[in-house]
Write a protein of this length. Sequence first.
Length: 577
Amino acid sequence: MAERETLECDVLIVGGGIAGLSCAIRVLDLAAEYDRQNPHAPIGKPNVLVLEKGPSVGAHILSGAVLDPRPLRELLPNWDNSGAPIKQKVTKEEVAWLTPSGKIPVPPPLVPPYLHNEGNYIVSLGEVAQWLAKQAKSRGVEILEGVAGSQLILEGNVVRGVICNDTGVDKAGKQTANYTPGALVKAGVTVFAEGVRGSLTKQLVHKLRLDVNRNPQVYSLGIKELWEIKAGTFPAGQVVHTLGYPLQKTPMKGDIEAFGGSFFYGLDDTHMAVGLVVGLDYHDPSLDPHNEFNKLKLHPSFKPIFETGKMLGYGAKALPDGGYYSMPRFYGDGFVMLGDAASFLNPARLKGAHLAMKSGLLAAEAIVEALGKKDFSLKRLGKYEDLFQTSWAKEELYASRNWRAGYTSGLVLGGLNDFYQQMNGGKGFTEGQALISDPESTELLEKYHVDRKKPERVKPDGKITFDKVTDVFHSGSVHGEHQPCHLVVPDSNICINRCTVEFANPCQHFCPAGVYEWIPPKPTKEFGAQFGEHEKGHLQINAGNCVHCKTCDIKDPYFNITWVTPEGGDGPRYQRL
């Protein structure tokens, strides 16, 4: 039997996104500075290794994105003279309420300060990551692309590294002739920068109970397309954010279908990004975020843009929305956590990229100090927490600490809570407002569909609106068909005997990639054939469609779906998203 290769390094970073790469660059720069200041007890050049599960850096990165450049100036003061793909400044912005037939702009004086984007840039975050990878490599950072971490190496509560995914395993879990065991990667400190709902981070939080006495994390699902448009139809540098249609009904009644809103960003004269962000704490199990996204594009205010355009790319990603009170303890013996993995996202601003980068800078400072002392204990790496508590990142997150929790009571009360927060430093109505996890927010089907009829859906036209399979094609997602399914459903009886009856299999609706299909042997009137429920059927998992958004791992009402890493290199291949 083949033995696992063992790799050793000083700093292991799991995830080649902007948080992990910022940390890698900063570790090397600070270590060099440390050695200049301590010539008699130098660290030497640390061996920094980055594992990236995507086929290349940036291939799995999806974001809006309007980038606040503040941490970039701290990391690379001359970034604007180093070929950075950060050119398009925000030139015009609008916040509006959408009705089914119109758009009501919010007067600029009434737009909350956190939604202003003066001085920010519209970017492709994947391209920014690729550029940061070049900066990291120029300093000696090694990046292994197409390599996925699958298991923690733990000694008690001490993280010693990770085990990479095996390759050459068939669907039944048996080794093939091409079997190669994943390497053991050991490190003094392991940095978890996997992004939202990372599989290793999830294991770590559960194992070490890092979320004790915190609010549960809640999430949103962001769905995004890249469009080529006719010049002059949506100006370069323009930013539009909306509330209302298609997610919310009349706000004065407080009857929210789902929390969230849309974004439209002008990348250049002939390209724009359009997206819909849907809070995954919605109640109706039949709600389909992808369908709501199609409805958005048909809105009279935006449909003319798409009528003369062409869709180029598609993607989806979950966002950690809980804010400050949902942040887990993000350090411990032998490890730190960065970015979305540690809830470094400001849901009020709909921004996490700048905070992800800042988390990398703060963690790097603690790591270099630990390298100098040769001490990677919880106490030593706790310096990361100390640095965070005195940083502008803490100040920003704390100022919106009750923002998302306030909106669980509806738009009216949430808006009032939001206003009070701006007046009293982030407290709002009360301190420490509670959140309910997204799976627990899902309610029984009968509350919304007594007749159990399937809600009306947009019929995709193939020009402006698309079915999920067509959109997935434009994500470039590829998975080897030979390997075990990376979407694990441990108890299929729950799907058949409970979920069908109680929720009508919401996985077929909440997944934005058409991964989950409910296949019945025959329809029966007793179980509502019009809705698609059937007395006895089975769940079909089209794992090859997966775009790694993690929604299924989050929203399933029985916690009965677990996302695990497929073979490294599999998944979406985003370009300019």
